[in-house]
Write a protein that binds this ligand. Structure first.
Ligand code: HEM
Length: 527
């Protein structure tokens, strides 16, 4: 037996020819080279015909993750300037293509919409959507078609949007009352928090009804849970990004799976309780809400199809996730960005306020009947959605069969991200693209319904947002009342030109301003 104990570590090598030592190290490399060679020769003929999109160089294991930066849509936009509007990008081992021109977006979302409108399977969305019984995260297929039809016909039809008018008007009224109290004491209001609280209250009330007896703990905890659900749904986890054994190691330490499970169980318990309450006798005469609509569909489908019904209790719970994630942040951040841009441009603020006050006169509040006359306010909202689309990369798509986009081959299972933020700021399509100018939409037929591919705040194609009317009406009624009821002052010492338009950093579906809007409201009619 050899004794190495008195040697330093570098010297602690057995006295054998070096080549024997290297064999265990070199063997895996040799196997890898041979395997690649076999693969290469096996696929030689097909590879010759395939042209992958260009993209930045990738690293082993990480892929291109190191190039993502704090604001992924901005980094991807910069990279697209170098590598082109159809760009390959690897999230670790997950292949993706980033689309950054209206022409390529049209190819994906119109010409090849069917082959590209699935969604990737990710741990967070899978669990929280009860294994894809929802609309937003569900892969393309029978379930998605059925659920989407139900969403459009039953939950977000024009009729239903109108039926919830009183909810929006009452909740905006409560918001204005609460800001009036603050204005009476000349204090500062956190308008960002107020916007989120408004859209949360509207969404919860439309979903659960007015009579739900929230305890303070319930409501606060529920708000946190919805926020956590959004974070885990928007994240590709380390386990998914990295190959084994790295995925296993990352999964062990980052706690992503445990977090998903915790959020899932807490939300599920809450959903069960609230559905049970809705099923109790004696709720006759309670305010109509979405749970009632969904329970009626469940009953109808069961009567029609018995145990073969594809709409069950879990579908209802999966829909909740879409209502909260889709409805709360998107509308709140649109109002928030619009207010920030108007504060930074006092001329535009005055013009928008003059219009609202002229048209609404002495009525005291803006109602939804007034909205169709507020033409300039509509331009302000359109411009806000161009400049600050709440979901800058939309929701990821997944390719289900081989595609050719702008001459490049895209294989099945590739993720597709559409950079709506970048295209909305591309000087090739927008004059003074980096300026906030609502007038640009004045004599333009450009609309956000998914027909104009340089302007896609709600997406396009089969996956276009099914709640555009509901979302826009909420933004309009909230913004119109905030501008009608108050003049807004910046905190002492701050000037319009100091307003920061910096975005929050991180990998999330939606992106808001980094700083909250802290403002002093002055009641316009008491001045
Ligand atoms: C200003 C408000 C809103 C904006 C900017 C917005 C934006 C979007 C975007 C960009 C998408 C992805 C489209 C795509 O993948 O091509 C989307 C999808 C979706 N949105 Fe909205 N949204 C808003 C309001 C709402 C509201 C109020 C709800 C529901 C309460 C909602 C529910 C959904 C759902 C369920 C989907 C998934 C559709 C599918 O995958 O088939 N959204 N939305």
């Amino acid at each position: 037996m050899r004794d190495f104990t008195i040697l330093s570590p570098q010297m602690a090598l057995p006295d054998v020819p070096v080549i024997w030592l290297l064999i265990p190290l070199l063997l895996p490399l040799v196997v890898l080279i041979i395997r690649n060679k076999i693969n290469l020769s096996g696929r030689k003929s097909s590879n010759l015909q395939k042209l992958p999109p260009p993209g930045p160089p990738k690293l082993p294991i990480l892929g291109n993750l190191y190039q993502l930066g704090a604001h992924p849509h901005q980094s991807l936009w910069q990279l697209a300037k170098k590598y082109g509007p159809v760009m390959q990008f690897h999230f670790g081992r997950i292949p993706a293509v980033i689309i950054s021109s209206p022409k390529a977006a049209k190819e994906v979302m119109r010409v090849h919409d069917l082959a590209s409108c699935s969604r990737p399977s990710l741990a967070g969305t899978r669990r929280l959507s009860y294994n894809y019984l929802d609309v937003a995260f569900s892969p393309y297929g029978d379930n998605w078609r059925f659920m989407r039809k139900m969403f459009i016909l039953e939950l977000f039809s024009l009729k239903r949007t109108k039926a919830f008018r009183f909810v929006r008007e009452e909740e905006v009224g409560l918001l204005i009352d609460s800001i009036s109290e603050i204005s009476a004491s000349a204090s500062t209001v956190d308008l960002t928090e107020k916007c989120y609280s408004l859209t949360r209250n509207i969404t919860f009330r439309m979903t659960f009804g007015y009579n739900y007896n929230w305890s303070d703990f319930d409501k606060d905890r529920f708000h946190e849970l919805v926020h956590e659900a959004e974070v885990v749904s928007g994240t590709i986890s380390g386990e998914e990004c990295f190959p084994r054994p790295f995925s296993w190691i990352v999964g062990k330490f980052n706690g992503h799976q445990a977090r998903i499970e915790r959020v899932f169980h807490e939300l599920d318990t809450f959903y069960e309780r609230i559905i049970d309450e809705h099923l109790k006798p004696g709720r006759e005469g309670a305010e109509e809400d979405m749970i009632n609509v969904l329970l009626a569909i469940e009953k109808e489908q069961y009567q029609l199809l018995g145990s073969k019904s594809r709409f069950r209790r879990e579908n209802i719970k999966a829909v909740f996730l879409n209502l909260f994630i889709g409805g709360i942040d998107t509308a709140a951040m649109t109002v928030n960005w619009a207010m920030a841009e108007l504060l930074a441009n006092p001329r535009l603020m005055k013009k928008t306020q003059d219009e609202v006050r002229d048209i609404v006169g002495e009525k005291g509040r803006v109602t939804e009947d007034d909205l169709e006359n507020l033409q300039y306010l509509k331009l302000v909202i359109k411009e806000t959605l161009r400049f600050h689309p709440p979901a800058p990369l939309l929701l990821p798509r997944e390719v289900s069969s081989h595609l050719k986009i702008s001459g490049y081959d895209i294989p099945p299972k590739t993720m597709i991200y559409i950079n709506a933020w970048g295209m909305g700021r591309d000087p090739k399509y927008w004059k003074d693209a980096d300026k906030f100018m609502p007038e640009r939409f004045a004599n333009s037929s450009l609309d956000f319904k998914g027909q104009d591919f340089e302007y896609l705040p709600f997406g396009a194609g089969r996956r276009v947002c099914p709640a555009i009317n509901m979302g826009i009406t909420t933004v309009e009624i909230a913004l119109a009342n905030l501008l009608y009821c108050f003049d807004w002052k910046l905190p002492k010492g701050m000037k319009a030109e100091d307003m920061s338009m910096e975005e929050k950093s991180g990998v999330r579906i939606t992106v808001d301003r980094k700083e909250p809007l802290l403002l002093i409201p002055v009641n316009w009619r008491n001045k």
